[in-house]
Design a protein around this ligand. Structure first.
Ligand SMILES: Cc1cc2nc3c(=O)[nH]c(=O)nc-3n(C[C@H](O)[C@H](O)[C@H](O)COP(=O)(O)OP(=O)(O)OC[C@H]3O[C@@H](n4cnc5c(N)ncnc54)[C@H](O)[C@@H]3O)c2cc1C
Length: 325
């Protein structure tokens, strides 16, 4: 039967396919409702009759995002099926403005699948960012970490299997499974809150593993609502708000008139001047970062990373312990 709902060919192409993330994880767009047109449609209602020709869809969407008129983008919905290590799930679940239904380890047997970072991701504690990593770890440390992880995971899996075989309740058998283990959920969220999630989680300050999931989801948003995605990159992701003191500093360097923006001849603002203007040392560093030429990120999906639902389901079932597959 033909649908009366609006569908987007680029989204239909990936619908229900499973995008590989990390070693055993995935993101699948299982459903969506609306697209850029739904944002426009909702906004036009709030603008009232007689304003239909005020702007093209793209111009309107960009205006809405620039001015943080966000409710029209709540009209677009996404539903994903995702599998991620539990430590990623703990970060992800902090985003409260979504609906979640997680695999129950009280009800179901857990697939014994664990995340193992690749060598290039196995880095040392960052000196500049207490929540980060930097610089490769020695190869022998990585080798030993793999050995230790394998021992620990084999032990945890063995205990889990044994308890299940002894008919211990699943809700108890699971209590010492490590947070490297994969869990799964359905995650439904609207476009506005999804873009907020993406702004925080594709950011280099987020943990690399959750960034990987966020990048995959950004690629899916690009397919469902390309104009909203573009406006998000331009006005949120790659935008940097200026504080009062920062604007003061910049106005000493450039002369903005209604005709043009011109550099003030010979003007220079030293780090001391910035401190005088009220910037803390960290804010000075942040301002210098803000003024670097922006990147143009691209979250294009690599279609070769898609697998079928059947293939993914078989992998999960094979990892369920013993005769219970
Ligand atoms: C790099 C990074 C490091 C982090 N480190 C830590 C950490 O060390 N410890 C830690 O506990 N968390 C940490 N977090 C989690 C962070 O503090 C947020 O909880 C998480 O990013 C979710 O953001 P949010 O609340 O804006 O999102 P959502 O929960 O999706 O909420 C979206 C928006 O809705 C509004 N909102 C939602 N619920 C409420 C409410 N109850 N009251 C008022 N407004 C509400 C807010 O405006 C909010 O911004 C970290 C996050 C990042 C990105």
């Amino acid at each position: 039967m033909d649908t009366k709902r609006s569908t987007i060919p680029a989204a239909e192409e990936i619908l229900g396919k499973y995008y590989r993330v990390l070693d055993h994880g995935f993101v699948a767009l299982v459903d969506y409702m609306g697209s850029d047109e739904a944002v426009e449609q909702a906004a036009r209602v709030s603008y009232g009759a007689g304003t239909r020709k005020v702007s093209e869809t793209r111009g309107l969407i960009r205006y809405l995002r620039r001015h943080r008129h966000t409710t029209p983008s709540e009209m677009v919905e996404f539903k994903f099926h995702c599998a991620m290590p539990m430590f990623v799930a703990r970060q992800w679940i902090r985003h409260r403005t979504a609906s979640v239904n997680e695999l129950s380890a009280r009800y179901s047997l857990m697939p014994l699948l664990f995340y193992t970072p690749k060598a290039e991701q196995f880095e040392l504690q960052s000196r500049s960012n207490k929540q980060g990593r930097e610089g490769g770890a020695p190869a022998e440390v990585y080798r030993e970490a793999i050995e230790r992880w394998e021992r620990l995971r084999a032990d945890a899996s063995d205990t889990y299997r044994w308890m299940v075989e002894e008919d211990v309740a699943r809700e108890l058998a699971r209590i010492d499974l490590p947070v490297s283990m994969y869990t799964q959920w359905y995650w439904k969220v609207d476009l506005h809150n999804l873009l907020h999630f993406l702004s925080l989680r594709v950011d280099p300050r987020a943990q690399w593993e959750i960034q990987e999931f966020a990048r995959a989801i950004a690629g899916m948003v690009k397919r469902v609502a390309p104009l909203s995605y573009e406006a998000w990159v331009d006005y949120d992701l790659e935008a940097r708000p200026l504080t009062r003191a920062e604007r003061d500093i910049l106005s000493r360097l450039v002369d903005a008139s209604s005709e043009a923006i011109a550099a003030r001849g010979g003007a220079r603002v030293s780090k001391d001047d910035m401190k005088q203007a009220g910037l803390a040392p960290r804010e000075v560093r942040e301002l210098l970062e803000k003024l670097q030429a922006p990147a143009r990120p691209d979250f294009e999906l690599d279609l070769a990373r898609f697998r079928s639902a059947e293939e993914v389901s078989a992998e999960m079932y094979q990892a369920v312990p013993g005769d219970f597959q």
